[in-house]
Design a protein around this ligand. Sequence first.
Ligand code: CDP
Ligand code: CDP
Length: 207
Amino acid sequence: MIIAVDGPAASGKGTVARALALHFMLPYLDTGLLYRATGLQCLRHGGDPSNEAEAKAATGFSDAMMDDLEIRSEAASRAASVVSAHPAVRQALLERQVDFATQPGGAVLDGRDIGTVIAPHAEAKLFVTASPETRAKRRFAQLVGEGSKVAYDHVLTDILARDERDSSRSAAPLKRADDAALLETDDLNVQQSIAAAIALVGGVSPR
Ligand code: CDP
Ligand code: CDP
C-alpha cells in the first residue's frame, strides 16, 4: 500500500505520516528533506538558490546531509522553498522518490506533490491542512522549544510567503489531489490528528 500525505508547512503532515508508517509498518520518506538538503548544499557552495543551474547542481548532495542538524534551520527551509520551484530540481529528485514509493510492500511519503506527481496511483491520499495562524503557532512553539528567539509575527510572515511560493509555482504546485481525503487539524491535537488519519487510511484495502 502506498500512502501519500501532502499539505502546507506545519500542518502536521510529518507527524501524521510517521504515525501511519508505524501503524501500518511501512517505510517512511519525508520528501521535504530532499529539498532542504538541496537548498542547504546550494548555500554551502556559495550558490544562489534562485538560480536553476546552481540549484540543480546541489541535488547531488551526499546522504549525510539528510542527517545534518542544520537541515532543520529556517535558512535551509527558505532555501528549500526557493530551489523547489525549479523544474530541473524537481526532475532531478523525482526518480529517488518514485523508487521509494514503488518499493515492494509499499511506503508512506509526505511532501507537497506526492498524491499529484510522485504517486498519483497511491491507494491512500491525505491532504493535511490548518489555517496559517494555527500552523505559525505550531512552528513558533517548535522553534521556541529549540531555544530560538524568533518572533511569532516573523514565523507567520514566513509561513504565508512559503504557502504563496509553494502554491503559485508552475512546477508541481502544492494542491490537494482530487481523490485525497482532507484532514483539517486546526481543532485536533496530535493524538486526534493521528487517530483521524489512521481511520481515513484504514478504510482502504491494501494492494
Ligand atoms: O516541514 P515543512 O512543511 O515546513 O517543510 P518541508 O516539508 O521540510 O519542505 C521544505 C520545502 O520543500 C517546502 O517549503 C516546499 O517548498 C518544498 N517541498 C516541495 O516542493 N515538494 C515536496 N514534495 C516537499 C517539499
Ligand atoms: O510536517 P509538517 O511541517 O506539516 O508538520 P509537523 O512537523 O508534523 O508538525 C508541526 C508541529 O505541530 C509539531 O511540533 C507537531 O507536534 C505540532 N502539531 C500539533 O500541535 N497539533 C497537531 N494536530 C499536529 C501537529
